[in-house]
Design a protein around this ligand. Sequence first.
Ligand code: FAD
Ligand code: NAI
Length: 466
Amino acid sequence: MATYDLVVIGTGPGGYVCAVRASQLGMKVAVVEKNATLGGTCLNVGCMPSKALLHASEMFEEAGHSFAKMGVSIPSPKLDLPAMMNFKQQGIDGNVKGVEFLMKKNKIDVLKGTGKILGSGKVEVSADGKSQVVDAKSIVIATGSDIARLKGIEIDEKRIVSSTGALSLEKVPGKLLIVGAGVIGLELGSVWHRLGAEVVVVEFLDRILPGMDGEIAKQFQRILEKQGFAFKLGAKVTAVDTAGKTLKATIEPAAGGAAETLEADVVLVCIGRVPYTDALGLKEAGVALDPRGRVQIDPHFATSLKGVYAIGDVVAGPMLAHKAEDEGVAVAEIIAGQAGHVNYDVIPGVVYTTPEVSCVGKTEEELKQAGTAYTVGKFPFTANGRSKVNQTTDGFVKILADAKTDRVLGVHIIGREAGEMIHEACVLMEFGGSAEDLARTCHAHPTRSEAIKEAALAVGKRAIHM
Ligand code: FAD
Ligand code: NAI
């Protein structure tokens, strides 16, 4: 029987990063993966394929709509969807191979099969009707999440799809109905809208992107509407009739009232994700779940069973790849006797649309609810020189600082490259920095990042270019 210091179940960004860090710390490590390829949701059907399609579809859109005004005259671009899907697949393959390389480089054994915890220190790995049991001093559960389903609406991944099917449609739908105005709905909605689909988004709440700053979400909705998105807020899809050639979705107001029917070629259900714990044998082994079905952990990622830890989408917190990665590093360090730690106050969030939306820290709504006195500094990209010359002026930067101490509590950006720009705010917040610190930091000119400096100046009511 093989014996390891650590066995990690799942090779998504949480699991494989945890394995690498543990190996760096001198542990003998194995990962268990039931999928044919390593990398989890993120690399295979999540972050990476969606970003490949977002990039390719953005180029298509730019070539068709933005080149001419810059004096680049080309014939109207034609979509070759199979080639675009091939571009996506090449990106997936490259990243998956990268994880395989990292496993080899760090001498991590890859055990292909479904992992089941038999008790403290014992993992059974089953594949093709055969199974083996491995011994492990410590076990990390990193089995991630799965799509949430709508009662009575069956996902066939052809006409009624989850994000997985929406990443591989064989043709551009004439009409795409999206259930849920969260991150997946707006990102994948953008992909298919740019490629020619008519997009309607039905959202249960009275706003898009719940959890993000309300003012940012409102402006983002306006921008998306200008691009051609249609939103039905405060509404829910209760049934989809698949009998005819066109799907017929029943939409009801969330607060009750008369239903309406909307026709669509494809319905994308993206109403969140749920923790994935199937086949792990948690109940029998004595690993407790919380009321929402997530693996329950203490502040050091330890579950109720000695020597068993859990990280990533399968535990509480934002379902984000970088959160899973950071937890992977932290738990490996804790198992090695070090002080691994994740600062949950500084986890950025990005929506990779055009423009992008990014955020870190508290929203205005959260500060109001907590009764924290705060000051706001805002700066629009219409007043940023680089954005003006590039003619990409949608959006603004918003900084929220403590009214007494000036410490930055939250930064929210809507605009091109917002996902790259947010990280100077993350570093500042990790060091407990103030708006004044940001305002006095020299920023290169001309960059979009100057809008962050200006927003920081605006906290003290002294923005220069506004
Ligand atoms: P996962 O990546 O879900 O990996 C879990 C792995 O465990 C899987 O490979 C699974 O096969 C394996 N597994 C499960 N059970 C067993 C078992 N019993 N035995 C063996 N193996 C098992 N996040 C971002 O931060 N940025 C993005 O841009 C982004 N885009 C996304 C786009 C889409 C369409 C989706 C669906 C998600 C996106 N996410 C994004 C979320 C991100 O993918 C997840 O937060 C992240 O993958 C979670 O990592 P994880 O390691 O916890 O689990
Ligand atoms: P989400 O939680 O972001 O959004 C789901 C939306 O559906 C919410 O607005 C919710 O109010 C709405 N909703 C729920 N039930 C509904 C119903 N019955 N009818 C209509 N609307 C309903 O979830 P999403 O978009 O599925 O994404 C899942 C996870 O994947 C998220 O937690 C996100 O963090 C992660 N992800 C991250 C990305 C990124 O970081 N760029 C990209 C894509 C996904």
